[in-house]
Write a protein that binds this ligand. Structure first.
Ligand SMILES: *[C@@H]1O[C@H](CO)[C@@H](O)[C@H](O)[C@H]1NC(C)=O
Ligand SMILES: *[C@@H]1O[C@H](CO)[C@@H](O)[C@H](O)[C@H]1NC(C)=O
Ligand SMILES: *[C@@H]1O[C@H](CO)[C@@H](O)[C@H](O)[C@H]1NC(C)=O
Ligand SMILES: *[C@@H]1O[C@H](CO)[C@@H](O)[C@H](O)[C@H]1NC(C)=O
Ligand SMILES: *[C@@H]1O[C@H](CO)[C@@H](O)[C@H](O)[C@H]1NC(C)=O
Length: 351
């Protein structure tokens, strides 16, 4: 998860962006925020906060099995056509990287306790997914410079979620440079990012959407964007997609998909606005853009026409080149790597 707003803040542009998307029915009042119970959070998600004496605060998150993900094998399957999949990936890229140029090479330490955040959907060294990307990539390109970071990336996955040790990048000197260089010089790295993103986020998003009868392309894209930002790991129970589903409540009898998605996005935006600190609330604008798309349901539900993200100032047409990073890489080749589809990463090895 990465926030363009946060990046802009670093460049000193807060005045331009001062309008808040946490007002009205999204104002973090006691009555709106009560349902999230964030007052019971063990750490407020800030490294500075966690440096306070918090003895015992990080206990109790021991893994009870070999994965940090829920078992979703019983959720129904559904798929999405290639054009709409691309639209969904581009929409989320706009929120993560600010425009429709795919941010494969982007890599930054954001100060959100997740270590480095890199790539088109913000894989992070602090939540295991950057490790998954690099591990898969090194399998495909064994000579890569990223290989030497594998032991440290693996070590970071051994800490409990919420432990500030996951934010540590002191033993990852040179990692951002190697990440950028792999992106700009090896199409295999870009394809690996896409393949891991599809297995870890797109496929699960489609299952979760199917579980509540969300079948429109726009609805699927919204679930994808949500799962990319909030995750579906049981070790992050206060902010993940299953929590948003639970708090949204069941789809009512005969409730339209538009109405359900409206309630879903309302919960999501309220969660962001209620979460302590300014990392989550600053991306409430992303949900506001998605809400506008839902409001124009008949125009947007199929994702067959260009989609306008007004707050982010971008139009997604589906004709963009998904396989290059024109933002960072000067060396854009037309070489493509073969896609190797990966399974949803929640299966334990057979005993
Ligand atoms: C692993 O264990 C957790 C906690 O008991 C559970 O929620 C999750 O669904 C399990 N995941 C798998 C893939 O079995
Ligand atoms: C989903 O598809 C997979 C692979 O084809 C299959 O093994 C699984 O049983 C399906 N799950 C459900 C719930 O239909
Ligand atoms: C540009 O990328 C190609 C392959 O994608 C690579 O072979 C070449 O070395 C790169 N050129 C530069 C200047 O980095
Ligand atoms: C749901 O829709 C069906 C078909 O349109 C209708 O027969 C039924 O009465 C509706 N149920 C409710 C609770 O509105
Ligand atoms: C986000 O929260 C911080 C800290 O509580 C607050 O100062 C800031 O104004 C909030 N931002 C928005 C967009 O609501």
């Amino acid at each position: 998860m990465k926030s363009v707003y946060l990046l802009l803040l670093c460049f000193g542009l807060p005045f331009v962006l001062a309008s808040s998307y946490c007002t009205g029915s999204f104002k973090p009042t006691t009555s709106i925020c009560k349902k999230f119970q964030f007052n019971k959070l063990k750490s407020a998600g800030h490294c500075t906060d966690s440096k306070k004496k918090t003895s015992g605060a990080f206990k109790g998150l021991k893994l009870s099995n070999c994965t940090t993900f829920y078992d979703i094998s019983k959720l129904p399957n559904q798929s999405m056509d290639a054009h709409s999949t691309k639209m969904a990936e581009l929409i989320t890229n706009v929120f993560e990287n600010g425009n429709t140029k795919m941010g494969y090479a982007a890599i930054e330490k954001l100060g959100d306790c997740r270590g480095y955040t890199g790539g088109y959907i913000g894989f992070t060294t602090g939540t295991n997914d950057a490790y998954a990307v690099v591990k898969e990539y090194v399998k495909r390109s064994p000579k890569s410079n990223l290989k030497k970071f594998l032991p440290e990336l693996k070590r970071l996955t051994t800490f409990l979620f919420g432990d500030p040790k996951r934010d540590d990048v002191s033993r990852l000197a040179g990692f951002p440079k190697a990440w950028k260089s792999a992106t700009c010089n090896d199409p295999v790295f870009i394809q690996t990012q896409l393949d891991v993103g599809e297995a870890m986020y797109m496929k699960p998003a489609l299952k979760y959407a199917a579980s509540v009868g969300v079948k429109s392309n726009l609805g699927k894209a919204i679930f994808y964007d949500t799962i990319v930002q909030h995750g579906w790991q049981y070790v992050e129970p206060s902010i993940n997609l299953p929590r948003i589903l639970l708090l949204t409540g069941k789809r009512k009898t005969n409730e339209s998909e538009k109405s359900y998605l409206t309630r879903f996005l309302t919960t999501r935006r309220q969660l962001m606005c209620c979460y302590p600190g300014d990392v989550w609330n600053s991306s409430a604008d992303r949900v506001a853009d998605l809400q506008s798309l839902v409001n124009q349901w008949s125009k947007n539900q199929k994702l067959s026409k260009p989609v306008q993200l007004k707050i982010y100032g971008a139009t997604v047409t589906g004709k963009e080149n998904l396989l290059v990073d024109k933002q960072t890489c000067k060396n854009v080749t037309s070489k493509k790597a073969k896609s190797i589809p990966l399974p949803i990463p929640n299966t334990c090895p057979k005993k």
